[in-house]
Design a protein around this ligand. Structure first.
Ligand SMILES: [Zn+2]
Ligand SMILES: [Zn+2]
Length: 274
């Protein structure tokens, strides 16, 4: 039984639709994983809008939505997630970094409030359940699916997820900043032997010195981590909007030349992990 991964948004920071962002896409973070009968959604950036339309086409009315954190680029698509307005649908929204800050429901409610948004959260007629866990907890969304969680180095906190099913493991590790001197021991342990690691590759090692403290990493660090942890594939993710198609093509070529397991995630790319 495979884990099917579909990228619905691969950008960080802000959506960047333009004629120069067609190949890799301009939507912010959203990933769908189909595992057995379950739909697992990771982050609710602008990519979740197209995912919502696809779920309607597929008659899917239940899913779990896991949030790495609640910066805009990871939640701003949720008001446009049309299935959440369907009274016959139900969604669980889970976050691991807000137990001491009023919880995830408060953040989602505040996002859809006067005067910054016209439609309140209460207008969503689906059965919405908001759950706060503590980062580090192990989650069991359904029989045969284990999701491990770990803390990331990011302003206001963020959570990494490792989805395990039938001997396969897919890790979603964004947003996080590395220390160029020492690989993050938590991430090394977390991604060990994973089939796929989706990693925060916002910057290049050359750009990184100007971005220290911004909470992001590089594709070179992603490769170093994956090699050291014996992971099989690396999806470069959370692309900088400043990296247009021309820049991303060069980044992806360099990454592949450095390690054959690396590739750049694109909007609507599908992977079967088995
Ligand atoms: Zn982000
Ligand atoms: Zn962030």
């Amino acid at each position: 039984m495979a884990i099917e991964v579909k990228f619905w948004g691969v950008r960080g920071s802000i959506a960047c639709p333009s004629p120069d962002h067609v190949v890799y896409g301009g939507n912010t973070s959203c990933i769908e994983m189909r595992v057995g009968d379950e739909i697992l959604i990771f982050d609710a950036g602008t990519g979740i809008r197209n995912l919502g339309k696809d779920l309607i086409r597929r008659n899917v009315t239940h899913a779990h939505i896991f949030l790495t954190h609640t910066h805009w680029d990871h939640i701003n698509g949720f008001p446009f997630f049309v299935p959440a307005y369907n009274p016959n649908a139900s969604f669980r929204v889970l976050a691991g970094h807000l137990t001491h800050q009023g919880g995830v429901e408060r953040v989602f409610s505040a996002q859809m409030a006067d005067p910054t948004f016209p439609v309140p959260l209460s207008a969503m007629q689906s059965k919405l359940t908001f759950e706060d866990f503590s980062v580090g907890d192990e989650l069991h969304p359904a029989d045969g699916i284990v999701i491990k969680t770990a803390p990331l180095r990011h302003p206001n906190g963020a959570t990494a997820f490792r989805v395990e099913h039938d001997g396969n493991a897919v890790c979603y590790v964004t947003d996080t900043e590395h220390d160029p001197e020492t690989p993050d021991p938590i991430i090394l342990d977390f991604i060990e032997d994973a089939d796929l690691v989706i990693y925060d590759c916002t910057y290049t090692d050359e750009e990184f010195p100007q971005k220290v403290g911004w909470g992001h990493s590089t594709w070179q660090e992603g490769i170093r981590l994956c090699r050291a942890a014996n992971a099989k594939q690396l999806a470069l993710f959370h692309h900088d909007p400043e990296h247009d198609d021309a820049a991303m093509t060069v980044i992806e070529q360099k990454a592949r030349a450095t390690w054959s397991g690396a590739f750049a995630a694109r909007d609507e790319m599908v992977l079967h992990i088995e």
